[in-house]
Ligand binder design. Structure first.
Ligand code: FNR
Length: 365
């Protein structure tokens, strides 16, 4: 039987009711700068569960304070953070959606102002902090960047443990899917890409060395994440820097095989973010889907594929699943425009009998 947007997806012991996932999106809304979830997160994430998303994923959620992109980012580095998130995951589950969190470390792109306050680096004397990265090379896209220090190999090992600790807190918070954020020029991606990784130890140089940190984090998180719960990894399928040694789609496919062998259930294929010289294609419909397809076609291990980028209509999302181009349609900005995107899609695709419309909203559907 052909699968479509409203076919459930079983991954390990988790049944995702349909193929639409809310893409992780920073909300810059921890007003106290403490990483604790607020009413904004509860309302924002809750509304998208009400709207019928199969998976509702949090924004990039920092595993330690230095790992935040902005001081207002969500965090998951203490029991208090887990407690603040617990009512949110409970509500998401009550609506039939699967609660998911993106575990993240911003690396050399940490400590910036939130976009509506101008973006760009926030210095320690302005409430920011110094950054850590594979190498002491600041992100070239920032004018007067914060100081960047290279992690020592002992600190890399500590960081692996910090990811695992954060995963344990995420579990306590009630999440059922964890996604490692290894895309967009943040810490895990910085290790993968020779553009940001100039190390000469076992974490730099060859492909094997550059993927080592991500594989160690994957193993450590998989060890604490229950066997019946799925683990995702978001990657940048390519750095879009064909003029220099960089991360490419071929390496992404090789990495996906290794992630599958390490117990990762789905690779969420995004792109870019490591260097401002990137030659991004225009952000039109399905603009990153060819990367997801390449990874799908060139992996020998069985692994789910999530497609993201420019998915805005019901027919487009449905076609991605029907044509077996991806297992999940991951939707970002369209969900900011319309929290009910999945319910609207069900209406447009004549599939209302296959979704649970909340009784409170039945008269609209
Ligand atoms: C994002 N994106 C993003 N990606 C990610 O992996 N973690 C994050 O926290 C964020 N934060 C974020 C905030 C906002 C406001 C936007 C618009 C985007 C990228 C996002 O998840 C998605 O990959 C892109 O927006 C492309 O998908 P769409 O928007 O074309 O569906």
């Amino acid at each position: 039987m052909t699968e479509d947007l409203f076919s459930p997806l079983a991954l390990r012991g988790t049944e995702i009711p349909n193929r639409v996932m809310v893409s992780p999106m920073c909300q810059y809304s921890c007003e106290e700068r403490d990483g604790l979830a607020t009413d904004w997160h509860r309302t924002h994430l809750g509304a998208r569960a009400v709207g019928g998303a199969g998976v509702v994923m949090t924004e990039a959620t920092a595993i330690e304070p230095r790992g935040r992109i902005s001081p207002e980012d969500l965090g998951i580095w203490s029991a208090e953070h887990a407690e603040a998130l617990a009512p949110i995951t409970e509500f998401i589950r009550s609506q039939g959606s699967v609660p998911a969190t993106q575990l993240a470390h911003a690396g050399r792109k940490a400590s910036t102002r939130r976009p509506w306050e101008g973006g760009g680096p926030l210095q320690p004397d302005e409430g920011g902090w110094d950054a850590v990265a594979p190498s002491a090379i600041p992100y070239p896209g920032h004018e007067s960047p914060v100081d960047v220090t290279a992690l020592s190999s002992a600190e890399v090992t500590e960081m692996v443990d910090t990811f695992a600790q954060a995963a344990e807190y995420a579990l306590d918070a009630g999440f059922e899917i964890a996604e490692l954020h290894a895309a967009h020029g943040y810490l895990l991606h910085e290790f993968l890409s020779p553009v940001a990784n100039g190390r000469d130890d076992e974490y730099g140089g060859s492909f094997e060395n550059r993927i080592r940190f991500l594989l160690e984090v994957t193993d450590a998180v998989r060890a604490v994440w229950p066997n019946e719960y799925p683990l995702f990894v978001r990657i940048s399928g390519t750095d879009w820097l064909p003029d220099r040694e960089s991360w490419t789609v071929e390496q992404s496919a090789r990495l996906a095989d290794r992630l599958a062998a390490a117990g990762v259930d789905l690779v969420d294929v995004s792109s870019g973010g490591i260097h401002p010289d990137q030659q991004l294609p225009p952000s039109g419909p399905n603009y990153q889907v060819p990367l997801a397809e390449h990874v799908r076609e060139h992996t020998s291990e069985a692994i789910g594929i999530g497609a993201v980028g420019g998915i805005t209509t019901a027919e487009q999302a449905d076609a991605l699943i029907r044509n077996d181009r991806a297992d999940l349609a991951i939707v970002g900005r369209e969900f900011l425009r319309d929290p009910q995107f999945p319910l609207r899609a069900a209406r447009e695709l004549d599939a209302l009998d296959r979704v649970d419309v909340p009784p409170q909203y039945e008269r609209a559907f």
